[in-house]
Ligand binder design. Structure first.
Ligand code: NAD
Length: 352
């Protein structure tokens, strides 16, 4: 039986993987994230499994391969935390779960949006204290407003549909516009200038890092609502904080934060040395921060476990790897997806 070193384990991961594994793999669960310091835990394993806030740099990649581990199963969709060039150089195959429930993430984005525009978080806190005053809770109708969707892949398209369901006009921006979506594509500048709500659904890449910075915020419609369920690094948090204080941004719903790896997924309530910008953001009444939980539905957890185990089954049986990614197909550091053999021959690392 193959052994899987499973990092960053939460109780819900263990429950869903144990249910679906049904004895196929000897899964060794570790609470720690996969970092260089955690590598000794992988001794004796045949595969490693990690999540969004692992630090898969060259040291980790080479440390896994030195232990005889040739496959890393990321149980997430995003992969900005993996050094794919190092993985390629060292001979480490990387698989992921490209889609486990785009509905989970899109619906969480909608939940953040509705809570913010109707002040649900503030109202709930008040009524818990038996304060039934409505002062300061005036919201606005989404119907008739404009939603700007940045990134029209699986999640962005579903969120666009939700916005259309509210009767919103939808504008879209994507580096690779897809006419089949039927969406109205515009430049990012025009989207920012015309949108009452901007929701980010593109990956974090070198060219999308801080795409929402002070310059972008200066071009945006005054008082717009920013929703980010994608990756924290898309937004310059300092610039966002300034814009929120000035009213340029009316409200922000953030499921991700650029320095989240030190804080998210853990109870840090007893830590006195806090992240200053994050502390200021969570203290604002027009900001809701959730701890990268947009994925967290029963359906998504089941799909994550099924796809991760199927990826490993395919790897160990020598079958095509539908969900493999490498530095050529991810475009990191230089994109040349056409050079990748996966789409034609089933695996990125063909012959390697
Ligand atoms: P996807 O690959 O289906 O879609 C991404 C879209 O972004 C594509 O249409 C692509 O063309 C576009 N894009 C690429 N580069 C761009 C650029 N420079 N500017 C604008 N658009 C660009 O991905 P998805 O499944 O819709 O996921 C979107 C993102 O959501 C992921 O990258 C991930 O970071 C994030 N995510 C977050 C959670 C969570 O729990 N918060 C869960 C899953 C995914």
């Amino acid at each position: 039986m193959k052994t899987l070193a499973f990092f960053d384990t939460k109780p819900y991961d263990r429950e869903s993987f144990d249910l679906r594994n049904a004895g196929r793999y000897d899964i060794r669960y570790f609470e720690t994230r996969l970092t260089a310091a955690a590598l000794p835990l992988a001794d004796g394993a045949d595969a490693a499994c990690a999540f969004v806030n692992a630090e898969i740099d060259r040291t980790v990649v080479e440390g896994l391969v030195a232990r005889g581990i040739k496959v890393l199963a990321m149980r997430c969709a995003g992969y900005n935390n993996v050094d794919f060039k190092a993985a390629w150089d060292a001979g480490l195959t990387v698989v992921r779960v490209p889609a486990y429930s785009p509905y989970a993430v899109a619906e969480h984005a909608a939940a953040l949006l509705l809570a913010l525009v109707r002040h649900i978080h503030r109202a709930a806190a008040r009524t818990r204290d038996y304060n039934f005053s409505l002062a300061g809770l005036t919201g606005f109708d989404l119907h008739g407003k404009t939603a700007g969707i940045v990134g029209t892949g699986k999640i962005g398209r579903i969120f666009a549909g939700i916005c259309q369901g509210f009767g919103m006009r939808v504008l879209a921006y994507d580096a690779f516009p897809n006419p089949a979506t039927g969406l109205e594509y515009v430049s990012l500048d025009r989207l920012l200038a015309e949108s009452d709500v901007v929701s980010l659904h593109c990956p974090l890449l070198p060219d999308t890092h801080h795409m929402i910075d002070a310059a972008a915020l200066a071009k945006a419609k005054h008082g717009f609502v920013l929703i980010n369920t994608s990756r924290g690094g898309l937004v310059d948090s300092e610039a966002l904080l300034t814009a929120l204080r000035q009213g340029t941004v009316g409200a922000a719903g953030l499921d991700v934060y650029e320095e989240e790896s030190e804080w998210f997924y853990e109870d840090r309530s007893d830590v006195t040395r806090q992240n200053k910008t994050l502390s200021l953001l969570v203290s604002l009444p027009n900001v809701i921060v959730t701890s990268h939980q947009a994925f967290l539905t029963r359906e998504a957890l089941a799909n994550i476990a099924d796809t991760t185990l199927a990826n490993l089954d395919a790897y160990f049986s020598g079958s095509p790897l539908e969900n493999e990614i490498c530095y050529r197909c991810t475009g990191s550091p230089t994109p040349s997806p056409a050079a990748c053999t996966r789409r034609t021959s089933g695996r990125c690392r063909l012959g390697k």
